[in-house]
Design a binder for this molecule. Structure first.
Ligand SMILES: [Zn+2]
Length: 253
């Protein structure tokens, strides 16, 4: 039986039986895959490490799938375990949200290396405290929207073409309207010129520089609230992990 080899991040784990787990992995070469890991109790430790949520590993699995469409894992060698995330309730809640969004952005058999890299950079920043957690979230949301083909056009009012002042960003259309053109619009958020510049930066910056911009905490927080609504609308999905994240954050205050 043929074996396939790739690298990927575990984005979901479900207990299947006493000794087996089903894992969802966003891989470099095969998009999102679901695979079963048998005999997890007796598996070697590196496989157990690799099966942990958010671990980034080299993965070997059998080419043929079961009737249920699951691949069978053969081996996992951890490259980066992101252990700090699993030891911190807030980080864990953030990462669970990122993983759920990434799972809906990547489809099976449709590799998306950009999104894999974004998820890796995001988990790395979270694990190592490279910047405030709400900034990591805001960047992740706008960036994954852009990578999924939903970059909003924030440069100019889509109706009259003016470029200055506050605008209304419409979540369903991904376009902005100036005050006089967008008067009756609903399901929008108000964005200043500075905020529009930040959104554009996040969507278009080189992948290594996505967190390298200055903005005050209030603007970051506000853009995160808009980002949540924007991706829910564009992906047409509610993320239960976002509700959980909010619960964890309000309990921690
Ligand atoms: Zn206008």
């Amino acid at each position: 039986m043929g074996l396939l080899k790739t690298e990927g991040i575990v984005t979901k784990t479900t207990k299947y039986s006493e000794t087996s787990l089903i894992v969802t992995v966003i891989t470099r070469d095969f998009g999102k895959i679901s695979a079963i890991a048998n005999n997890v109790r007796s598996s070697k430790s590196h496989m157990l490490m690799g099966l942990q949520l958010f671990s980034f590993s080299e993965i070997v699995f059998y080419e043929s799938r079961s009737k249920t469409g699951l691949y069978k894992l053969n081996e996992m060698s951890v490259i980066e375990s992101f252990g700090n995330i699993r030891n911190d309730l807030e980080k864990l809640a953030y990462a669970s949200y990122f993983a759920e969004v990434a799972n809906s952005a990547v489809s099976e058999d449709n590799p998306d290396e950009e999104i894999l890299r974004l998820l890796l950079n995001t988990l790395f920043a979270l694990d190592r405290d490279l910047c405030p957690k709400n900034k990591i979230k805001t960047v992740f949301e706008w960036r994954i929207a852009a990578m999924s083909g939903y970059e909003p056009d924030v440069e100019a009012c889509v109706k009259c073409g003016c470029v200055q002042g506050d605008m209304l960003l419409c979540f369903s259309e991904g376009e902005v309207f100036c005050e006089s053109c967008g008067g009756e619009k609903t399901d929008c958020g108000r964005v200043s010129e500075g905020m529009r510049r930040i959104i554009k930066y996040i969507c278009e910056a080189e992948s290594k520089r996505i967190f390298s911009f200055d903005a005050n905490d209030a603007a970051i927080e506000y853009l995160g609230l808009l980002g949540e609504r924007y991706i829910q609308r564009q992906f047409d999905k509610k993320f239960s992990t976002l509700d959980y994240l909010k619960k964890v954050l309000s309990a921690g205050m």
